[in-house]
Write a new protein. Structure first.
Length: 289
């Protein structure tokens, strides 16, 4: 059974007005326990609107959302508990920091769960370690932190609730390459430690290619492709038509095939490309005339 499932999920903004528009249409989606899913799509494809339904932040115009087989709107109590089980990290989450200290910001979720002071403290320190936030920073105001530190604090505030599902909307946006790599690794570490399901919205194709089990491609609010990274990234031309760039390794391998070299269409990471090039050299392959 899917941990999270949507059936015919549709969301319209400004319904019944001249400004009405469909942001998400007829989406069927499943995420299973322990799965790592990447959601990709061009700007305006409905990614952010869609994921905000998965913990009940937005209510669909029509369609259903289930958590562990139960409609999330079955009772108010179930919906409240769901928001501790399905954690959502918004794009630029540092703008949501609001407490006097970083410690209090990270502790906000666990406090609302009704945990003991000792358990709250343990979760704050554990979450800070997960995201690479030095303990000395916990006593500071969030507004004294650097941009990258704020991002880590905001993510720590969500994982301190130890959600079964962690959803992140462009968590590396605006960070330098080192910061991006560290955040992505933090997410993977959390997944491994908690056995959590990860749903990641991103434009960073090279990072997502190495991490996810499955990709979901949205366009105009509808799922138009879903499959393994190999299946999705082998379709470089279709991705280009959608305004998406495949990982660099996929594009290079596609170019090599156009030049007549025998290179697999399922290459999507630098490690795979390097191995293929070594094999080509070993066989002495050359470009066809």
């Amino acid at each position: 059974m899917a941990l999270i499932k949507t059936e015919k999920l549709t969301h319209r903004y400004s319904t019944g007005t001249p400004f009405e528009r469909v942001a998400v249409y007829n989406v069927d989606f499943e995420a299973h326990a322990g799965e790592y899913i990447g959601i990709i799509g061009a700007t305006g494809s409905g990614k952010s609107t869609f994921i905000q339904h998965l913990n009940g932040l937005l209510k669909p115009t029509s369609g259903s959302i289930f958590y562990d087989g139960v409609d999330i709107y079955e009772t108010k109590e179930f919906l409240r508990e769901l928001r501790f089980k399905v954690g959502l990290v918004f794009q630029y989450p540092e703008y949501q920091l609001f407490e006097a200290t970083v410690f209090e910001d990270i502790a906000f979720g666990p406090k609302n769960m009704g945990l003991s002071e000792e358990e709250i403290k343990n979760r704050v320190y554990e979450s800070a370690r997960f995201v690479g936030l030095a303990e000395a920073l916990l006593k500071k105001s969030p507004f004294e932190l650097s941009g990258g530190e704020k991002r880590r604090a905001a993510i720590a505030g969500v994982i301190s609730m130890q959600p079964k599902v962690l959803i992140l909307d462009e968590p590396t946006a605006g960070l330098d390459p080192r910061g991006q790599a560290e955040i992505i690794q933090n997410i993977s570490d959390y997944k491994e430690a908690q056995g959590a399901t990860i749903i990641l919205v991103t434009h960073n194709m090279d990072e997502i290619a190495r991490r996810v089990d499955r990709l979901v491609v949205l366009n105009a609010g509808t799922v138009i492709m879903t499959g393994s990274p190999a299946e999705i990234f082998s379709q470089t031309s279709k991705l280009s038509e959608l305004g998406l760039a495949a990982p660099k390794a996929s594009m290079i391998s596609a170019r090599l095939r156009l030049l007549g070299l025998s290179v697999s269409a399922e290459i999507y990471t630098i490690a795979q490309l390097k191995k293929a090039l070594i094999e080509l050299k070993g066989r002495g392959d050359s470009v066809n005339a």
